[in-house]
Design a protein. Structure first.
Lengths: 318, 811
């Protein structure tokens, strides 16, 4: 197995000098609406571990994300909450979400702060839902990336995502989300957010190392009375390459609605199954139509009508 | 800080009270997470609000703002009642056994000697009994009813858990849990660290808040040890440097004093600074005061400072008042007694209390110079910004001169961090546009003044004309040149006093550190505590070796820590009376029978026997002070005083309003409100997304926290009909602001003296310049009152009212 860059904590990068980019076409394991040959090599799976119990909600990760990706999130207002911007946007790939939870067992308030963003699912619903060839890819180290020149802006990735992550840009009508800093990881650096995190609440390394680190954190949390502390690495999506250490792993929903048991929608799975047999020609047409539509009429939204049609189509095939 | 940021990882218990380290010091807070993750350390947060620090704490207890002394004296009382004292430490290393002279007393909130008209004390009774031999009387058995220990015990007895609950609003069970966790650290092998910041300083009794915790740390034996200490988290990256270098009206560098009027000559000045030891065989290090002072004068005036003219003592100003702090200066400005004001890296329109008064004061100046990398509100105080700065420019005649300066990343030099590390940094970019380094600006002002004095003479040109100015480029001294001056050098060749044939240091060479400074004019040193930072070994502040032998957290070869590269102050106290570490796993230094050595630079003479010389060598006693003698203006022990604007009367001293010796001016008293007029207890604070009023100029920070808001409880919101995210008007007796309401469970009403107290939280990052949305700062509301000892304004506790309103009119 090819080694992946290891930056177990944030800073400095482990590779002494910049390495040649190692995330190339031949490292793809999945490509939306296409088949790829088996990769020439297997990169070691990577993961970002977000230890919610160490996070102080400082938003340095958001700041680093904006700086590294050179995005320009809009200046919003205060609406009574600490989340700013108020939601993930095409210009804000990660967001601290704050939730005030009164623990019924202790009677104490807990301020649960979770860094939201793409989870980089092993079984990525967005990629499976995507009708545009090559708009979404997955590398053998687990990173799920959007390739904007192939994106038709249809928004199916949003529907396919069990975490409600991608957002469509009104400027270029393509979908955006966290790339796990694939451009940095490819050359031996950790993600910008992990580098910026002052408390090492965000760490990055091989998935194996991150699981070990999580174990030690969970042990510490249990010793402090968090008996349900655990690792959030949901099996319904084959595990994720962004994982959380949660003090209350039995109740992920209290962390601003983290899904209890995320799964790729059966609709998407069926769609994918259909596409495998008959869909390529039709998909190609749909994509071309989509691109034309996108070019002339702005981004497509998945309307309820579209969704119904898609479901009908799937049902027919089933 | 007595310790350093990196040392926090050695602790067993972190107490964040009077600060919000996770929020305001997120990078330093990493050492708390290290202690928690690697040592199993616990974190306690005591704060009126459930803060970001509280979100990662093991235990949180609420407290009403401005009542920290009652809480801390309550913990001291708990420790005494439950015998949770590190007795060996207390007996040997504090003044617990010192006998206080007859006549000292405390009653109804006042110590002996109070003069109500002067609002000041005659402090002569706050002193030890002195024996005929000139030494303080001690009773090592602690039986004498007038020994410090017994006085302390009696003084804190009032502060029972019930009384703490009554004053602070902290539920008794929560207080007891905190007290119990803290008391565990009285074991010689358990330490606690205190991390505090402006939550303790910005009160009319701020210094006494800190003293109360210092006393607690002393009875637990936590000063001078790894993982212990009193750790002030400094707000600006170089505010530690500011105080070190003496940028206060009453100080010169290295915490030496500007003379006062009655010290008209050098002999008189030195007569009160002999610092004779108060116990036999003790080291009283301030006995070197004259060496540091004379070396400073030589650094300033070189050949013009001679033994014949008392080293140019007359060149120094003589203060006619205790200090010209910012409150006094703006009071004078308000009275029309100030012509011009230089405002360097400073934004008083948003930073000083009672903004209306600040605006009026600045409007009375003839001229105002601002030196800042940013477009500050102060530089635009005359400009109308609608509701946000509702002034009439035509009526303001002040001429404002804006000098654009550089930010830290465009400059080279040392920043002194909270842990006293002088960390050299290099410029990361060139100044934009017309911006110039502050050193260039200051040099130009000096050179022009000098030329004027040369041309026109004047009443007393000598201090200006004789000022040492031998820089390579007179127009811009380099940071290295200035650092070398601060370190000090030999003015003449220095010979060994024991062997006059032996040269210690050749003329012109940098001194190794302050131990070689002399009081005869043969050495020069700009700031004695920094001496050693740039000696013949080079620029020690630029060292970047992060090796840490045995992982003690000392990192001795990383930058330079004043004094003498010492990482933990009072580190002699980490060892017992035989010189062995109290906790072998946390060894700092130890006595091997002939000398002290270990991981840190010993804070004692290397050959001082452990059973003879006390560890607190900066005190005349050689021990630390539970009883402060006359060194604090309010008294030798802290007392609970309410803020000047408080929601309840002082239950331990009902007749006293505020701190009886706090800095107040007569004209401001009428603007102090009562809780009948203004029922809600407000406090101000910082948010992690921003740095003061700077980062609102940065679009990324502005995006992350775009708009001014206030935080209130769900209960207050319901009472006042305030909807989440709606506009509210908050007003005090001095002004008003409009803000968005954040209604939160993180603020809860407190019950104090039987009465519900609602807290209104007001963060401080918005103004009318910059990229973020326009807003106000809490200083529109805060009272013009300062701490009794250091005049820090009371930003943390004041009264307001609140009601729903509509959006401010846009301009």
């Amino acid at each position: 197995m090819e080694p992946s860059p290891r930056t177990a904590t944030s800073n400095p990068p482990v590779a002494a000098s910049a390495t040649a980019a190692n995330l190339t076409e031949r490292d793809l394991v999945r490509r939306s609406a296409s088949t790829v040959p088996p990769p020439a090599r297997q990169l070691e799976p990577v993961a970002k571990l977000i230890d919610v119990s160490k996070c102080i909600g400082c938003k340095a990760c958001q700041s680093a994300c904006v700086e590294w990706n050179d995005t320009k999130p809009a200046l919003e207002t205060n609406t009574g909450i600490y989340e700013n911007p108020h939601d993930l946007t095409p210009d804000m790939f990660t967001l601290m979400r704050f939730s005030e939870w009164e623990n019924p067992q202790t009677g104490n308030l807990e301020w649960l702060i979770r860094k939201d963003g793409c989870m980089h699912c092993e079984d990525p619903g967005c990629l499976k839902a995507c009708p545009a060839p090559g708009a979404i890819v997955q590398y053998s180290n687990g990173i799920v990336d959007f390739i904007h020149e192939n994106c038709i802006g249809c928004g199916y990735c949003i529907k396919g995502c069990p975490f409600n992550i991608p957002r469509i840009s009104k400027v270029d009508h393509t979908a955006y989300k966290c790339t796990l800093c694939s451009d940095r990881v490819a050359v031996g650096q950790g993600p910008a957010c992990a580098k910026a995190c002052p408390t090492h609440a965000i760490t990055f390394g091989t998935k194996e190392d991150m699981k070990k680190l999580a174990d030690s954190r969970i042990e510490d949390l249990k010793s402090r009375g968090f008996e349900n502390a655990g690792l959030y690495d949901p099996p319904g999506v084959g595990g994720t390459h962004v994982m959380y250490v949660l003090h209350h792993n039995d109740k992920p929903a209290i962390y601003s609605g983290l899904p209890e048991d995320p799964k790729v929608s059966p609709v998407v799975n069926a769609w994918k199954g259909m596409a495998k047999y008959v869909g390529f020609a039709a998909m190609g047409l749909a994509a071309a139509a989509g691109m034309l539509h996108s070019a002339f009429a702005g981004p497509n939204r998945v309307t309820r009508e579209d969704e119904e049609k898609a479901e009908d189509l799937v049902k027919e095939k089933i | 800080m007595t310790n350093s940021w990196t040392d926090i990882r050695n602790t067993d218990l972190v107490v964040i009270m009077g600060g919000n380290a996770a929020e305001a010091h997120p990078c330093g807070f990493k050492w708390v997470t290290e202690a928690k993750a690697n040592r199993g350390a616990k974190l306690i947060v005591v704060d009126p609000r459930f803060t970001r620090s509280a979100s990662v704490a093991d235990f949180y207890a609420p407290i009403r703002q401005g009542t920290d002394i009652a809480f801390l004296l309550g913990v001291i009382n708990y420790c005494i009642q439950n015998d949770k004292i590190q007795w060996d430490y207390v007996k040997a290393f504090t003044n617990a056994s010192y006998v206080v002279r007859e006549g000292f007393a405390y009653k109804d909130g006042l110590f002996t000697g109070y003069d109500e008209n002067k609002r000041d004390y005659d402090r002569s009774s706050w002193e030890y009994e002195i024996a005929p031999d000139g030494f303080a009387v001690v009773d090592e058995t602690l039986q004498n009813p007038r020994c410090v220990w017994n006085l302390l015990k009696a003084h804190v007895a009032t502060y029972t858990p019930e009384m703490v609950e009554r004053i602070c609003g902290t539920p008794k069970d929560k207080f007891l849990k905190v007290a119990e966790m803290i008391a565990e650290c009285s074991s010689p092998t358990k330490t606690m660290t205190s991390m505090y910041a402006l939550g303790w300083t910005q009160h009319s009794k701020g210094s006494q808040n800190i003293r109360a915790m210092a006393m607690l740390q002393l009875i637990l034996g936590n000063i001078g040890v790894r993982g212990g200490g009193m750790n002030a988290l400094r707000g600006h990256s170089n505010i530690q440097g500011l105080t070190d270098i003496g940028l206060m009206s009453n100080l010169i560098p290295g915490y030496l004093n500007i003379p006062v009027e009655r010290e008209a000559d050098f002999t008189t000045y030195m007569s009160s600074r002999t610092f004779k030891p108060l116990r036999p065989n003790q080291t009283s290090y301030w006995q070197n005061y004259r060496k540091f002072f004379v070396s400073f004068q030589k650094s300033m005036w070189g050949d013009a400072a001679t033994p014949q003219n008392d080293f140019a003592y007359d060149y120094l100003p003589k203060l006619d008042v205790p200090s010209y702090d910012v409150l006094r200066y703006f009071e004078m400005m308000h009275q029309g007694r100030v012509t011009g004001y230089f405002c360097q890296g400073f934004n008083p329109l948003l930073a000083f209390p009672n903004r209306q008064k600040i605006t009026e004061s600045l409007s009375k100046l003839k001229w105002l110079v601002t030196m800042d990398p940013l477009e500050t509100e102060t530089s635009r105080f005359w400009e109308n910004h609608g509701e946000y700065n509702n002034v009439d420019p035509a009526s303001i005649q002040t001429e404002v001169i804006q000098l654009p300066s550089t930010c830290f990343a465009e400059d080279e030099g040392a920043l002194v961090n909270s842990g006293r590390w002088l960390q050299w940094h290099w410029a990361g970019g060139s100044p934009p546009g017309e911006a110039k380094h502050d050193t260039w600006i200051m040099a130009q002002i000096h050179l022009r003044l000098r030329a004027l004095y040369e041309k026109e003479g004047g009443a007393f040109p000598d201090p200006i004309l004789n000022l040492t100015w031998n820089y390579h480029d007179r127009n811009e001294p380099t940071p290295e040149e200035l650092a070398k001056e601060l370190n000090g050098y030999a003015v003449e060749t220095l010979y060994d006093p024991a062997d006059p044939a032996k040269i210690v240091l050749e003329k012109g060479k940098q001194v190794v550190n302050f131990s070689v400074l002399r009081d005869d004019g043969t050495t020069a040193c700009g700031c004695w505590i920094y001496s050693g930072c740039f000696n013949e070994a080079g620029n020690n502040m630029a060292r970047r070796d992060n090796t840490d032998p045995d992982e003690t957290g000392a990192y001795p070869n990383w930058s330079f820590s004043w004094p003498l590269n010492r990482r933990i102050l009072y580190n002699r106290a980490s060892a017992d009376l035989q010189g062995n570490p109290w906790d072998p796993s946390r060894k700092l230094i130890a006595w091997d029978g002939t000398k002290w050595s270990g991981y840190d630079v010993p804070d004692i003479a290397p050959n001082a026997p452990p059973d003879v010389v006390g560890p607190f060598i900066m005190n005349q006693e050689g021990v630390s002070r539970l009883f402060a003698r006359g060194l604090m203006r309010e008294g030798p022990f802290p007392v609970h005083y309410e803020p000047f604007e408080a929601p309840i009367a002082n239950v331990v001293a009902p007749n006293i309003r505020g701190n009886p010796v706090a800095r107040i001016f007569q004209g401001d008293v009428a603007q102090f409100a009562t809780s009948e007029e203004f029922p809600y207890a407000a406090t101000s604070y910082r948010l992690t997304e921003h740095f003061h009023y700077w980062t609102k100029h940065n679009v990324v920070n502005a995006t992350l926290q775009p708009e001014f808001f206030v935080e209130i409880s769900e209960q207050l919101a319901a009472e006042k009909g305030i909807a989440h995210g709606s506009w509210v008007r908050v007003w005090s007796k001095r002004g008003e602001v409009k803000a968005k309401a954040v209604v939160t469970k993180r603020i809860k009403p407190l019950i104090c003296d039987g009465k519900p107290v609602h807290v209104v939280g007001i963060p401080l990052h918005w103004g009318f310049t910059g990229k973020a949305r326009k807003g106000w700062g809490p200083n529109s509301l805060t009272p013009f009152v300062g701490d009794a000892n250091i005049e820090t304004p009371e930003y943390k506790a004041f009264l307001v009212n609140i009601e729903p309103t509509t959006a401010p009119a846009t301009v």
